[in-house]
Design a protein around this ligand. Sequence first.
Ligand SMILES: Cc1ncc(COP(=O)(O)O)c(C=O)c1O
Length: 522
Amino acid sequence: MPASNLPIRDAQRDVPGLALAIRGTKRVILGQSLALHGKDAEKAKPSRMLLRVHWDVPGCSLAGRGTKRFTFGGSLALLGNNDEKDMLTGTCQARPSLSGARRMLFRARAWHSTGTTMKSSWPTRFAENVRDYEGYPIGKTIQYLTDPEIISLAGGLPSPEVFQRSQMRAASIHALDTNIDRIMQYSPIPGEASLVNAVIGFLERDSIRIGRENIVITSGGQSALDLTGRLFLEPGDTVMVDRPTFAGAIVTFQMQRPRFIGIDIEADGSDIVGMRRQLEQLTREENLPKFIYVVPDFQNPSGITMSLAKREALLDLSYEFDVPIVEDSPYRDLRYRGETIPALYSLDQRREGGHVIGLYTFSKLFCPGMRVGFNIGPAEVVTRMTHIKEGAILNTPKWNQDMCTAFLTEWDLDEHLENCRSYYREKLDVFLRTMAEYFPPETGVTWTVPEGGLFLWVSVPAHIDTAKLFFDAIEHKVAFVPGEQFYGEKPEHNHMRINFSFVSKEDLAEAVRRLANCVRKA
Ligand SMILES: Cc1ncc(COP(=O)(O)O)c(C=O)c1O
């Protein structure tokens, strides 16, 4: 049957006063339009509609792709650049955007001209909470960086120059020689006892005292965040985060569809006064946050560290409003200058609060390739996280855990950490010196001066949108992560996250020079 002869069923209606030319499952033809019209029998007639369109035939495009506002009475053109001109498959959903109007859906599908085979429309089957999710924005940023001439300050990578290669090789061989059957087998879900014990010892150095019932080994920090989000968040819950905050936390928590409440970050950490104001407001709304998420030490992305006074004040708020704190600590041991400030977890222990959950990863101190981290907290919380882990990933590979145990207990941890610190400190200093040289005050460019960690935050004049600047930067063979990716709500557009740990000192200086050229032209 030629495509133009495909039958189109009559319109149906279920919103009072509203009819659609195409409703229900339909056969439509490439090049045809879907007319959206209505009868104004009722005053509640929607004048605008929110239309979400999924079109999944390679080579086909749609005028109204994505989520669009549509004027009622308008039409949606189906365009195609497909070689198979008479075939397309897709689904449109329309929803009147006026409150009070009933939800309206329609599906339009086109078929092979034979009418016998219909391509499956996968996106319509995706769960609501991931349907619009297009992947981790930082991952997308990094995909542009394939040109080897680009100096990338984008990823959060530790430097391979501090990797303990010989220890790793020797420990791997030893583990395989002595323990191969257990390494190749399933292992305990909460984690290998040897690693759990090593972690308990590691945390004691930081005045944190926990038992085995307070810890679950995770597959890296991202998995630690995932267990936290899944345990606490439901659609509509609020979660309080800094502005900016770690993009990976936003992405992970977003899966549970919470509402983010952003708290500005100041030079010494979260704006505690603003946080109190928000907590009071949320108390009135009876929607207190399920938790407050913070990265107190050398925050990703800003490099900012929360002062002791603010840590105490944050705990005060946590107790007063009975809102727990999630303390994410990947960088705590990477301090290059200044005094170590007690972790929120240990301050809370001193006050017997039991209000803090700690998230850790071996990715930045040891190596990200192992994908090992851990969560600590009250036993009832950790037990639940362990149950969720069981359903999600079962266990973290034993071999990876054994390498982490060796890292903590056998390879001279202090020497390694000191090595990392002096190496990264030098890089940070090169970066800061070159920034001062290329961005004098009259450029209006400012940056944070972190005391540790792997990142700093550069702010450019407000008229520059760093998401656009990113593409100019690539032309100049330098890359960063646009700052807008680090906001749970109301993103700001004139910042960039800079990683200084990965590239060589020489490349760091050259990267700043390229960045300056690019910003000057913006
Ligand atoms: C604050 C923070 N939390 C968690 C993670 C995730 O850690 P991992 O790489 O181990 O998944 C990162 C990684 O950059 C991070 O910066």
